[in-house]
Design a protein around this ligand. Structure first.
Ligand SMILES: [Zn+2]
Ligand SMILES: [Zn+2]
Length: 332
């Protein structure tokens, strides 16, 4: 008897009568994290981690019915025990654990095993049935450690500054941007923000986070920005806002930057391989460590990864077809 199935509205738990990250309006929606493909408009009631609440208000409006929960806090939905556990993806991100009649199911949402220094690190949750994303579920995705990438980013900023150039880093406004800000070497120079990044930072201040950086407004003199680090979302490409930052060098921060030709196709000077998802090695590690006897693979390379799990580990693996896409990171 399945505790979680996919229907036209999303991942549904019939026994507990709730959905997880639904894509159509439903009564009760448990939300893994604040990215737009997982947290959608129109639910009668939302349940998410405390730190996701201000993000929900920012994105979907303050008039929604939202219940904030802590990690490890156990709730009951018609006899189904439900709890949220750190997914290490972005601030507030959660894996959702469900227990019913002795069986444990776990939905990862988006996750990564490497700690990013900003979000609560991933915690291993043992389960019988494991539903995992597969955004980077191919062996070619083998990410360098974050600390080495931030070292490269700061060196590049320093070189650009010495050449009289601004440094623009493109990364998703929720997640990537905060990680970049937390690791920027502020001794090198000033840090400035695109409005979309500043809006997310302001929302996160409500739950106690603080990030460096000044929003670029019309009254900021361009001379004050010279040699600065500027953090902006990918959507800032080819906008008058970006052109006003000349002269600059620009880089994209994304797991997709590991693909040959990705930097050139995106039209940026540099690509930094920086992801908030598991790479191939981490996906395999998670599958093994959860001890699951049945695996269900969602968004990404679900065909490839489910086949791999079946053949490599000799456990059941199938596909959950969902509408999550992580398009915010996708550049290919
Ligand atoms: Zn996400
Ligand atoms: Zn996702």
């Amino acid at each position: 008897m399945s505790l979680l199935t996919v229907n036209e509205c999303g991942l549904y738990c019939k026994q507990g009568d709730f959905y997880i990250d639904p894509w159509k309006p439903v009564k009760t929606a448990l939300i893994t994290h604040g990215h737009s493909d997982h947290m959608r408009w129109g639910m009668a009631h939302y349940v998410c981690h405390h730190h996701t609440v201000p993000l929900l208000h920012l994105r979907l409006g303050a008039d929604n019915s939202v219940q904030g929960v802590a990690y490890e806090e156990v709730m009951e939905f018609k006899g189904v025990k439900v709890s949220f556990h750190p997914a290490g993806h972005i601030i507030g991100s959660a894996q959702i654990r469900m227990e019913y009649q002795g069986e444990v199911w776990l939905f990862t949402g988006d996750y990564k095993l490497e700690a990013d220094g900003v979000s609560q690190p991933y915690s291993l949750v043992k389960c019988d049935h494991f539903i995992t994303e597969s955004t980077f579920g191919l062996p070619i995705y083998n990410f360098p450690s974050h600390s080495s990438v931030y070292g490269d980013i700061n060196s590049w900023w320093k070189a650009n500054r010495e050449g009289g150039l601004n440094t623009v880093l493109l990364g998703y406004a929720l997640g990537k941007a905060q990680n970049i800000l937390a690791h920027a070497d502020v001794n090198l120079g000033p840090v400035f923000l695109h409005g979309a990044v500043d809006n997310v930072n302001k929302a996160l201040e409500e739950v106690g986070y603080r990030f460096v950086g000044t929003r670029i407004t019309a009254d900021i003199k361009r001379d004050a920005i010279r040699g600065a680090l500027v953090v902006a979302p990918p959507s800032a490409m080819d906008t008058p806002w970006l052109r006003s930052l000349h002269p600059y060098r620009i880089a994209m921060c994304s797991g997709w930057m590991q693909l040959r030709g990705a930097r050139r196709r995106k039209g940026v000077d540099r690509g930094f391989v920086l992801s908030d998802h598991c790479d191939w090695r981490q996906l395999n590690q998670a599958v093994v460590q959860t001890g699951a006897r049945e695996v269900y693979v969602t968004h990404g390379y679900e065909h490839n990864f489910s086949k791999w799990v079946r053949e490599k580990y000799n456990i059941g693996a199938s596909i959950f077809k969902t509408l999550y896409n992580d398009a915010e990171e996708e550049i290919v």
